[in-house]
Design a binder for this molecule. Structure first.
Ligand SMILES: Nc1ncnc2c1ncn2[C@@H]1O[C@H](COP(=O)(O)OP(=O)(O)OP(=O)(O)O)[C@@H](O)[C@H]1O
Length: 643
């Protein structure tokens, strides 16, 4: 048997290597770099115009701003940590910086939630800028978690560690299980396995086989005998999806995490929102206001004052501090009350270390999309668990890793993969999928799942109309749509391909009928592996008026990179592959697990657009093109030149 302590020590070493690499890459972009160079790299906006300041949920300070010079593209993304600074004379120190998190960013405008409890006074003096911050907190949390796991030898964590890493067998107890009507036999077996497991259970399976569906059913089932459960996933998008599904099913769910990183649809499930909707919130506001008034009255007495004024000042400030204590007590009570009525706490893996959950332990922790989580991050919620349930697919998105060497040395192997390999009896595989028509499913099934995937009967009705083929590849070879690299982000884009893709999508919508699509609420996903291309799409649709039909679909249309789509599905999916060069370089399109995610999101129609002469240098894409020729519609862009 291998030594698990040694293995964990190596994992910690690789994590530190990754941390160093990530920090080095950040420093190269930031330290000793002038504002103008940072602007060129797309990591700084300066100067800015403050368009609006307002107070949001949970009394958080929201800042809306716009940049003046908009020619350069940028790499800001929602959810990233940033720092707002003043470049006024005498203001350049750390005191003139405030951190925040991006809620929302477009080509020239950005909305940020600031930290702290008052807008800085220098905000309206001009010369304001914003730049990206390095997220060190996640690494620190992962490091301390790995150390805790290494140290654990007794207690629950000691046992779970030995079981997950294969040094000890998991145990199962026979329990009476009530068959779930809505689940198929394999899904029921998975649920039964979860129910009978004392330590660990795993659901794994290809796209659309109902891992998330089964997980939601298992969570509801487990809530019959457990008061509170923790549910996690590696990405904010995946957590939001779970929260949405659980809330729709009437489960009282609390979304832990910064509201700026949470999808608008589920803002009401955040702690900030639940506090402000609580019956006692009005009283809390009154107390805070009154404390502030007393504080201001006390502060009115300046420097030279006599005994009586001093006493008066003291009384005011004492009163302010007493009321502030009352407010804090009331807030603690409200939080306690919200926690008491919560059945499911939901957060990202790293987010489960949030202060709000400190000291809490859960009989059950569920982790969805576990194949995407770094091992160190996956241990974070497990530290709080008596029993762990993971769902995922090791043929879909792997964890994002910056250090090639660390990845190669083993950092890319997830805890999910380790448990599947080492504890066969703890996992159940699902193979019937309900999302894709057979023609869309077939390629993924062949390349990744040894043709074991089956399309359920419901997929026979998954199409837009009899005339519309469900699978299409449009070849841009010879069209002159060439890629280029965005100099700021080094991401690749293909502007002509982007325009063609949008025209083609608009024409499809018109063909099928815009009214019909809206009535049916068929949703659309526009995906590109490259962030620069995603930004290009957003710019063309939302900042120009060239595609009015697409703009009118903003409720039904999502534009994102592949990572943003993991775990999700759409009726119509368009994928723009971007790469088109003479050398046949396909860069990270060669990450076939990532491409597997993109190719398996569509319910009714999948359109892939790319340059066959560049792609065919790679076996995977060669097979894909051959597959489409046989099972779908293979077209050249020339056929649409008039569109
Ligand atoms: N037993 C079932 N009967 C009918 N529909 C089902 C069943 N199980 C799952 N589905 C449907 O199949 C689709 C895919 O399910 P789900 O998202 O849970 O799959 P998944 O395995 O988590 O997918 P991915 O790997 O892409 O994350 C959903 O539309 C879901 O409602």
């Amino acid at each position: 048997m291998h030594n698990i302590q040694e293995e964990l020590n190596i994992s910690l070493k690789l994590l530190k290597q990754e941390w160093r690499e990530d920090l080095d890459q950040y420093k190269k972009k930031f330290l000793y770099t002038s504002i103008s160079d940072k602007k060129k790299q797309g990591v700084c906006w300066y100067p800015l115009q403050i368009k609006n300041t307002k107070i949001g949920f949970g009394d958080r300070m929201i800042l809306e701003m716009e940049r003046y010079d908009s020619n350069e593209s940028h790499v800001f993304q929602s959810g990233k940590s940033v720092s707002v600074f003043s470049n006024q004379e005498g203001y350049q120190g750390q005191d003139s910086r405030v951190s925040g998190v991006i809620n929302f960013v477009r080509k020239d405008s950005m909305t940020i939630t600031l930290q702290g409890d008052a807008f800085p006074e220098w905000l309206n003096d001009g010369k304001i800028g914003v730049d990206l911050l390095f997220d060190e907190a996640s690494y620190r949390e992962m490091e301390s978690t790995m150390k805790a796991v290494i140290k654990a030898d007794k207690g629950r964590l000691g046992a779970i560690k030995n079981i997950l890493l294969g040094a000890q067998a998991p145990s199962f107890s026979d329990r009476k299980y009530a068959l779930q009507e809505k689940l198929n036999p394999a899904q029921n077996q998975a649920l039964r396995l979860i129910d009978s497991a004392d330590d660990i259970a795993i659901i794994h399976g290809p796209p659309g086989t109902g891992k998330t569906t089964t997980l939601i059913a298992a969570i509801k089932y487990a809530l019959q005998s457990n008061k509170q459960i923790l549910v996690c996933a590696p990405s904010n998008a995946a957590v939001d999806l779970l929260v949405e599904k659980l809330s729709d099913d009437g489960v009282s769910t609390l979304r832990i995490g910064h509201p700026a990183r949470v999808d608008d649809k589920i803002l009401a499930q955040t702690l900030d929102a639940k506090i402000s909707l609580h019956d006692s919130y009005k009283d809390l506001k009154k107390l805070r206001k009154s404390a502030e008034e007393y504080r201001k009255l006390g502060k009115k007495y300046k420097r030279s004052f006599g005994h009586e004024e001093r006493m008066q000042r003291k009384r005011m400030l004492d009163e302010a501090s007493r009321i502030k204590d009352d407010a804090e007590n009331l807030e603690s009570y409200i939080i306690y009350d919200v926690f008491q009525s919560t059945q499911v706490f939901a957060s990202t893996l790293v987010g489960s270390s949030n202060q709000a959950l400190r000291g809490m332990n859960f009989p059950l922790v569920f982790i969805d999309e576990a194949g995407q989580g770094l091992e160190a991050a996956t241990w974070i919620p497990i530290l709080k668990a008596d029993k762990v349930v993971m769902a995922g697919d090791h043929c879909q998105l792997p964890p994002t890793i910056k250090s090639y060497e660390a990845a190669k040395a083993g950092l890319s192997e997830t805890l999910f993969e380790k448990v599947i390999k080492r504890q066969h009896q703890a996992s159940k595989m699902l193979t019937i999928q309900y999302r894709m028509p057979e023609k869309i499913m077939g390629f993924s099934s062949k390349m990744f799942y040894k043709n074991n995937l089956e399309a359920a009967e419901n997929t026979l009705s998954h199409f837009l109309s009899f005339e519309e083929p469900v699978l299409e590849f449009i070849d841009t070879a010879g069209s002159g749509y060439l890629e280029h690299q965005e100099k700021e982000s080094l991401s690749t884009l293909n502007a002509e391909e982007a325009k063609f893709t949008l025209r083609h999508l608009e024409n499809l919508l018109k063909r099928v009928g815009i009214a019909k699509i809206k009535t049916e609420k068929w949703n659309i996903g526009l995906i590109s592996p490259y962030r620069a291309q995603v930004r290009k799409f957003q710019e063309l649709i939302f900042d120009s008026y060239e595609y009015p039909n697409l703009r009118s679909f903003s409720d039904l249309l999502t534009v994102d990179s592949i990572d943003g789509f993991q775990g999700q599905e759409r009726d119509i999916i368009f994928i723009s592959l971007v790469r088109s060069n003479e050398k046949g370089e396909i860069g990270f399109l060669s990450d076939t697990r990532r491409m597997n995610v993109a190719l398996t999101r569509a319910k009714r129609k999948l359109v892939v657009i790319g340059d066959s002469s560049t792609l065919s240098s790679n076996d995977f894409y060669n097979s894909f093109l051959t597959y489409v020729e046989k099972h779908g519609e293979y077209k050249s862009v020339y056929e649409f030149m008039e569109e």
